[in-house]
Design a protein around this ligand. Structure first.
Ligand code: UDP
Ligand code: MG
Length: 314
């Protein structure tokens, strides 16, 4: 059991969500007012609309609402990282800014934490409204991710979760470039539990995760947790070499022991392009890892903060 007088931090990454912010802030404040102490920290991920002005206004009306503003779009995962670093509550809850994660679920998360869990994650129950393509690709991704890495993610696990401050401190020590928060949180260990929720529809605006961003997230999720793709490449290489050896033996047999001449063009053409394709894929996989080494070796900061509401107090 945890102590009674704790502080709750809620962090909200936000990118061009001007329509959602006020409603979200209102609903979150309503929930958090029941607790001893709270803070809400918005991380403006380089929004181009009036998001930042709205955040300034919210901050001047209620000093418990704070914000950081990035100098450009550094991505959702980096916004989560910045928020986790800055928040100083006894538990830190991350929630999306588009109202798809119902703030009314926050007390359930906190109750689990009071029970003694260090990390409480949420599992999205697919509503009917989620596009089929997104459903299928996300299922496929979780399957693949679990198959090739040592962590075990549940399908539908979202970036809506509670972290105890000790778990958050450990997370903050991970400084790698390729970020996949869901995986890193699983990797941390501690006492974890999940609760299910049904996501609301996006009330305003459209998803800020383009297909490209989704794809990037999936690739970095897979390659930052395992080098198995490299091993699979070796196995594919060996199998194909073996098959082509068999085929070569067969060709020799036909040449020397039968009168049939080989009608070779189609099969040669197929083999050359097939193997060429496989080689390119494998080179791509190797390249992805080398690229990661390259990015890590530069040690650039993960984000740049342009404006920080806590500076106003100084
Ligand atoms: N987001 C962000 N930076 C980005 C993309 C998204 O901070 O580059 C925020 C966005 O404002 C939202 C959350 O991350 O609060 C989740 O994004 P979204 O709802 O677009 O993703 P989806 O729910 O469609 O997966
Ligand atoms: Mg969303």
């Amino acid at each position: 059991m945890r102590k009674n007088n704790f502080k709750v931090s809620v962090i909200v990454p936000i990118y061009n969500e001007e329509e959602c912010i006020l409603t979200l802030a209102e609903r979150v404040v309503k929930v958090l007012e029941n607790y001893h102490e709270y803070e809400i920290l918005f991380i403006d991920d380089g929004s181009k609309d009036s998001t930042l002005e709205i955040l300034r206004k919210l901050n001047s009306d209620n000093r418990k609402i704070n914000f950081l503003s990035f100098s450009r779009n550094f991505g959702h995962q980096n916004a989560l990282r910045a928020g986790t670093r800055r928040a100083d509550g006894d538990c830190i809850i991350s929630i999306d800014g588009d109202l798809q994660h119902p703030p009314e679920l926050i007390p359930d998360l906190i109750n689990k934490w009071i029970e003694g869990y260090d990390i409480v994650y949420t599992i999205r129950k697919d509503g009917k409204k989620i596009p089929v393509l997104k459903k299928v690709t996300s299922r496929l991704f979780y399957k693949l991710m679990n198959a090739i890495s040592d962590i075990n993610l549940q399908h539908g696990e979202a970036d809506f979760r509670l972290l105890d401050k000790n778990a958050a401190a450990e997370l903050n020590n991970l400084n790698e470039n390729a970020l996949f928060f869901r995986g890193m949180v699983k990797w941390l260990g501690f006492n974890q539990t999940g609760i299910e929720y049904i996501p609301d529809d996006r009330k305003w605006g459209k998803t800020k995760y383009s297909r490209k961003k989704m794809f990037d997230l999936a690739i970095s999720g897979i390659t930052s947790f395992s080098i198995k793709p490299l091993r699979v490449s070796i196995i594919i290489g060996i199998s194909i070499a073996f098959l082509s050896l068999l085929y070569g033996l067969y060709a020799l047999y036909i040449k020397f022991f039968t009168d049939n001449s080989i009608e070779g063009w189609a099969s040669v053409f197929f083999m050359v392009t097939f193997i060429g394709g496989i080689q390119l894929i494998i080179l791509g996989i190797i390249g992805e890892y080398i690229g990661n080494i390259f990015l890590e070796s530069k040690k650039r900061p993960h984000y740049i903060i342009k404006e920080d509401s806590s500076d106003l107090l100084k």
